[in-house]
Design a protein around this ligand. Sequence first.
Ligand code: GDP
Ligand code: MN
Length: 389
Amino acid sequence: MKLHEYQSKELFSRFGIPVPSGKVVTTVEDIEKVSQDINGPPWVVKAQVHAGGRGKGGGVKVVNSLDEMKKASETILNQPLITKQTDSKGTKVHQLLMEEGVEIDRELYLAMTIDRAVAKPVMIFSQAGGMEIEEVAERTPELVLKESIDPDVGWSSYLGRSMVYKLDPLPSPETVRELITVMGRLYNLFMDLDCSLAEINPLVITKEGKALAIDAKINIDDNALYRQKEMKTLDDPREKDPLELEAEKSNLNYIRLDGNIGAMVNGAGLAMATMDMIKMAGAEPANFLDVGGGANEEMIAKGFEIILGDERVKAILINIFGGILRCDVFARGVLAAAEKNKIQIPMIVRLKGTNVEEGKKILEDSDLEFLVANDMVEAAELVAQQVSG
Ligand code: GDP
Ligand code: MN
């Protein structure tokens, strides 16, 4: 689950990480009132959306007067924001964060995440922070420093020192201390809130030599939301893909991808294998959809509707291994969805397992047209043929 920048900054403050003073507004009218409480000009207006890369997309503006701020805010609120992390239509901005402008001396990068390869939390630090961090990581990986942290031992400031002392030039001893303090606090926040990511880019050193988090990004591990009740209340459904939101309501495990093959599968492992097969056959999946072992007829129908609701989908591959989910239950779910939606795209089915004959018969006796595949390879090849050329 992703948090907005302003929410992340409130949490930073709670954990003792310094942030600029600021307020959230939703209309241009609120700006004048709010501006009286914030140091400036200069001020900074920042679009609050879950997509990154706002700076380059025009979603972050440094302004020098109230007039300029109103104009910038109006523009950001009234047109969709397009960044390299949104699709080409962009995303609507509902909220703006107004902040005091800061005089920046250096932009650093600091983040905590989980390193799956070593199965530990890892801190990432770079002296080349800012809007080019992806390019830095690609072209000059030696500028990106990492320290993995054993959660049983916890954070120790020597880990911070080993990274901060590589800064060139080395900041003043007071700034060095501040940076190491911020690191320890970011580790605490990351662990206490069950984050999958806590990122500060840029972590700046101001002209006065103060460490300050100019940007903030926190993602909470979805699997920990049951014990992170407060974090759960910070969810903003407006930022989510409408189809993903639908799927979430029905307890379906759905992720939108870039291709045009709709895939409906039970079990995460089988779903991933199916994605691979589709790609090996030369096509691209439009989604990952695991209806799960315990799916009932209703959930199947919902899943099918979600795939059909995606206008990019040009063919559907159904790959079901009937175990706990019986093939006949699955077939009835598909029929229920088909009754409600006119299906005009090819469907390829591969069914195996419990009650497979019954399931196949239900599909064959219906008015729906299916291509039946005997195994996964054939299923993937058939579906790829439907969209090629
Ligand atoms: P992102 O592009 O979505 O990551 O948005 P950021 O919050 O990182 O802002 C983008 C860039 O705007 C930063 O890298 C800074 O260079 C610049 N910026 C943000 N706040 C200030 C500020 O208070 N003063 C100045 N001079 N620049 C700022
Ligand atoms: Mn940033």
